[in-house]
Design a protein around this ligand. Structure first.
Ligand code: FAD
Length: 525
């Protein structure tokens, strides 16, 4: 396998500590495997391949987590919804991968999330029975995946008083209790991607943002450095296309038609401060639900929709006013307070891939992933979920090494902790700021130490919220630049942190992002 070369990040206090950098300067002319796209799938492929002993170049036209991976519901699904469609294999795979993330590879970035179905007058005894049976089936899935009950407790029925204690903002009339179950929730989807990328880079992968692939075959990619406009070719023994809904732009045989899923961002107060997530049935439907998902930063996401998208695939999809109105109406019917358009402090949309199949129909890849090898030898991996990224990456690398006849070791990612991972008990004992532990695990110490070293500032300044009501800290922004390849304020505000999900907060955090770039010695853009 070819040798590795070290590239240090801008402003890094420790040259060679990061290999996530923008542009193409210094990339090798030849590697074992090129992976195109740095969403959860592409970063997963980079980590899988580099830890099997391959030399890897992993690139994105924009930034880490620029595409669909940052527009998710941030859940680590157990697969219950797939059981409801009779897809037992997909459900089991989801439950297994959820367990791996929560117990082995990323306990620091995941936690158990209680899911409440309020039993209101519009939920019949029969529907309540069905939901309860579904939750019990979900618990069977958990057990079959060998996920501990300590990690995800058993579902149970709760009283109306306990229901209102957990979600005080619910409508009270006709409420006769609730059904409570547990699933996994991510600290943040883009943070998962960034952590996988950093783990891959630490293992020796060359991870490059602002590097667009213009064309690819199974043995060569032609790239454009989006910073300089310069073109260049890199030879490879295998090429994996992990460009999500854009996969068809590089490989003609892959035809995708996306569908849009929209979420709203509200302040928790607008819904009376829910302490658990809530599943609200869409009136008149027995199979559609809207989810209320509280986040650690004091916001709540409400989603999601399913709207076909025609024409070109946008870089950043936009929610429509009709979707926003629909979500507000469904939630207002379940909560005591009528929500207004002004309650929406942010909104975002992501695209699910629909694959045009050879038979002329379509297959919804948002449940199952596909690995396809093109005539020119490019392996495309598309569909699936954040939850199953590791299995997707394993399948894609298996296909790539088979096709190229590479002699590599077995996949190692099932037992390989991501950077900063540790057992929950160990994380709980860390005497470091809680927010940093939640986002970086044991690397919280590194985040703080490197921020001190780069700036010479004291902890009070490094750890203070960058603006009132905006919990992001200068230490995190600095780490984004020194260790996570952030090159401008957009990378920092929209991907390394998610303050950009609330435009008004983004505005207030902007000076801190500019300061972090300046302190780390990177010009702002
Ligand atoms: C609304 C919604 C909610 C979801 N919620 C969940 C959830 O809660 N839990 C869950 O498990 N899953 C969820 N999913 C599924 C999950 O988000 C996706 O399956 C996953 O993020 C797809 O990741 P990806 O890496 O394949 O694609 P992407 O994240 O889209 O990454 C593709 C990357 O390729 C890059 N790229 C494109 N063209 C080029 C090129 N020519 N050269 C270089 N780079 C290029 C893009 O910039 C992009 O960064 C959700 C999906 C949607 C749509």
């Amino acid at each position: 396998m070819s040798a590795d070369s070290t590239v240090s990040g801008p402003g890094s206090t420790n040259p060679g500590s990061t290999k996530i950098t923008p542009g193409l300067a210094g990339v090798p002319e030849e590697v074992d495997l090129v992976v195109i796209g740095l969403g959860v799938t592409g970063t997963g492929v980079a980590l899988d391949a580099v830890t099997r002993g391959l030399s890897v170049l992993a690139v994105d036209a924009h930034d880490l987590a620029f595409g669909t991976s940052r527009w998710s519901s941030k859940l680590v699904h157990g697969g219950l919804r797939y059981l409801a469609h009779g897809q037992v294999g997909v459900a089991h795979e989801s439950a297994v991968e959820r367990g791996i993330l929560m117990e082995v590879t990323a306990p620091h970035l995941t936690h158990a999330m209680a899911v409440l179905v309020p039993l209101t007058s519009s939920v019949s005894a029969f529907q309540a029975g069905l939901t309860r049976a579904g939750f019990l089936a979900g618990d069977v899935l958990r057990r079959s995946a060998h996920t501990d009950r300590e990690t995800l407790p058993r579902p149970r029925r709760i009283s109306a008083t306990e229901t209102l204690n957990l979600v005080p903002g619910l409508r009270r009339d006709g409420l006769r209790g609730g059904l409570l179950s547990w699933d996994g929730q991510l600290e943040d989807d883009a943070r998962l991607v960034t952590t996988i990328a950093r783990t891959a880079a630490t293992a020796g992968a060359h991870v490059r943002t602002r590097a667009r692939v213009l064309s690819a075959t199974g043995t060569e990619v032609r790239l454009r450095d989006e910073l300089t406009g310069a073109g260049r070719a890199v030879a490879a023994r295998a090429v994996v296309n992990a460009t999500g809904v854009w996969a068809g732009d590089l490989v003609d045989e892959v035809r995708l038609r996306p569908s849009r899923g929209t979420h709203l961002v509200l302040r928790a107060e607008a819904l009376g401060g829910p302490r658990v997530s809530v599943t609200v049935p869409v009136p008149g439907s027995t199979s559609r639900f809207v989810f209320v998902l509280p986040q650690a930063d004091g916001t709540v996401y409400v989603g999601l929709t399913d709207e076909p998208v025609e024409g070109d695939i946008p870089d950043v999809p936009e929610p429509s006013e009709a979707e926003i109105g629909f979500l507000l109406d469904v939630i207002s019917a379940a909560f005591a307070r009528q929500l207004r358009r002004e309650d929406v402090v942010g909104s975002y949309a992501g695209l699910r891939p629909l694959l045009d199949t050879a038979g002329g129909g379509t297959a919804d890849l948002s449940r199952k992933h596909a690995v396809l090898t093109s005539g020119s030898g490019v392996v495309t991996v598309v569909g699936g979920k954040l939850t199953t990224y590791r299995q997707m990456a394993e399948d894609a690398v298996d296909a790539a090494v088979d096709h190229a006849g590479l002699d590599v070791g077995p996949c190692r990612t099932r037992t390989l902790p991501l950077s900063g991972a540790a057992p929950r008990a160990e994380l709980a004992r860390l005497e470091l700021p809680e927010r940093l532990v939640r986002r970086y695990g044991t690397d919280a110490a590194l985040v703080l130490a490197s921020a001190r070293e780069v700036t010479g500032l004291g902890d009070e300044e490094l750890l203070a919220p960058v603006a009132s009501g905006v919990p992001v800290t200068l230490a995190e922004l600095l780490f984004g630049v020194t260790h996570e390849g952030a090159a401008d304020v957009d990378d920092l505000l929209d991907r390394r942190t998610r303050v950009g999900l609330v435009p008004a907060d983004r505005e207030r955090a902007l000076p801190a992002a500019e300061r972090a770039l300046a302190l780390a010695g990177v010009g702002t853009s």
